[in-house]
Design a protein around this ligand. Sequence first.
Ligand code: ADP
Length: 325
Amino acid sequence: MRDVTAFQKKHQVGEGTYGSVFVGADKVTGEVVALKRINTEAEVNGFPITAIREVKILKALNHDNIVKLKEIVTSKDHTEIPKNVFMVFEYLEYDLTGIIETPEIKLTQDHIKSWSNQLLKGVHYMHINKIVHRDLKASNLLVNRRGELKIADWGLARSWNSEMKRLTNKVITLWYRPPELLMGATQYSPKIDCWSVGCIIAEMFRRGGFLKGHNEANQLDLIFQVMGHPNELDWPNIHRTCPLWKNFEPKKGEHSSKPSKLRDELKNRLPTNAVNWMTPHAMDMIENLLAYNPDKRYSAAQALTAEWFFDSPLVKSADKLNMKF
Ligand code: ADP
């Protein structure tokens, strides 16, 4: 294992849950990397379990749209006992939240379509490899100067199979969290990530968060307001999947099925140039990624064959995107 002194450490770029992230350059090759420090000193239980998971999962994944973990390096003090451990990643210059929230950056339909496609390819790859990410959001999607989008921050990811019955419920950042998790599900599927993808794609069009709740109750309320109340006709397993459904279930005789306003909402408050980009096929795909019933919700594979991707303008490869921001 190499020592961190193999890299020339430059400035700090971010703050992670278990340590800071620095930019560095390989002293031999000059390659620029991101060094994520895993702070073992602050940890009472030794090496953080989330870091172990992240390393294990990233070592098993190899895809153009998943951030590459290149190696692990350590830093030793004078006693030669490893003091810090660093994860060395390929370096990406931007994150999607930064891009979305910088008004000077001219985002085009080509960017939105290509990044949606790249995101779905990464998600499809991890799902066929039975990994759920559980924290997909715009700030965890990194973009480089070559226009490539890569999924980062695998600290909450885990391997998954359909027999798993008691998974942690408190996963996925609020705005991107699907209704089954908000209604207490502990037996869930990779489709939780597909809901997050729907929110992220809507966010790119709007250039801002889509379903921006303040707390769990408010987030669910917002979803109900936009998409109408869920019902057992459309989601027959809702009882079994969502322990909290009984609190939201309409009382006998009450009529609950207000129609979904999702398509109107998707068209609402868009930047002027994006109004024409939000075509019926774009809305179809987002609507299917934001289906209440996880069994009916589009998988990444289904979304990749959505008509939107075959409409003009066709998906451009990353290197054809204008990245001169
Ligand atoms: P945590 O898992 O603790 O949230 P992240 O992996 O999200 O940590 O990293 C924290 C921040 O560091 C990110 O938001 C990003 O700004 C920066 N960062 C992480 N990985 C890279 C990378 N490969 N290239 C450039 N910046 C990165």
